[in-house]
Design a protein. Structure first.
Length: 241
């Protein structure tokens, strides 16, 4: 069969084109026209949205992970840099606490070193004639220096020193006299002392001393902090030869 081309160039021009072209609109319109189920379209749309959300979330988590890793590395560097400084600070604080504790002990000892000299001076000067003492003893608990030194902090040392300072110093005198009126006068003089208070007669008995009857007495009293005007100070002089 013989074909005769009555339009020269028409078929040639169709052959010499740029090739087949892709029409997306036509494709989607063709797909939409071929797919008539709305649930399938919703499922496909949900899948596309889920994939997009997963991609965004993955990118955000990767960025956050990188930020946290960087912060961790910075924190480790700072910890290594300041480890020596913190160690030196702890050592200095330990030395400070030890010095404060020792100073508290020294203050306590220094505040009590003149107590007994004043007490003995007041007790001996108040003795009337024909009256003598056989014993002087402290009846209140004696502060322990070892317990102070075993404290672990300046706050505890200050609290222990304050508690010991608040505890009254109690003492007991045992003596003998040949005059019962002298005992009454002795108690009155001790009560008038600025260093003593609460003088009480615990007991008095008749005993034999070298075949003579004397009155043996026991007195309890308490040390009181005197007024500053009652304390007399004198300069210490040392003779040089």
């Amino acid at each position: 069969m013989i074909e005769i081309n009555l339009l020269p160039g028409a078929k040639k021009a169709r052959r010499g084109g740029s090739g087949p072209s892709f029409n997306a609109g036509a494709l989607f319109s063709g797909v939409s026209s071929s797919v008539k189920d709305p649930f399938l379209l919703m499922a496909v749309g949900g899948l596309v949205i889920g994939l997009a959300a997963t991609g965004v979330l993955f990118t955000s988590l990767r960025s956050r992970e990188a930020t946290l890793i960087e912060r961790e590395q910075q924190a480790m560097q700072d910890s290594t840099r300041y480890a020596a400084v913190l160690k030196e600070r702890g050592h200095a604080e330990a030395q400070r606490d030890s010095v404060v504790r020792q100073l508290a002990i020294i203050r306590t000892i220094d505040g009590e070193r003149f107590t007994w000299p004043h007490l003995l001076d007041e007790i001996s000067e108040a003795l009337p004639p024909y009256t003598w003492l056989t014993s002087i003893a402290q009846t209140s608990p004696v502060p322990s220096i070892a317990s102070r030194d075993s404290l672990t902090g300046p706050e505890q040392g200050a609290a222990a020193a304050a508690a010991e300072a608040a505890a009254p110093l109690m003492l007991r005198l045992v003596g003998q006299t040949v005059d019962i009126q002298a005992l009454t006068r002795y108690m009155r003089i001790l009560e008038a002392s600025p260093f003593l208070e609460g003088v009480n007669l615990v007991r008095s008995d008749i005993v034999l001393v070298e075949s003579r009857e004397v009155t043996e007495f026991t007195l309890d009293m308490q040390y009181q902090q005197p007024d500053s005007a009652a304390i007399r100070t004198v300069p210490l002089t040392v003779a040089v030869r």
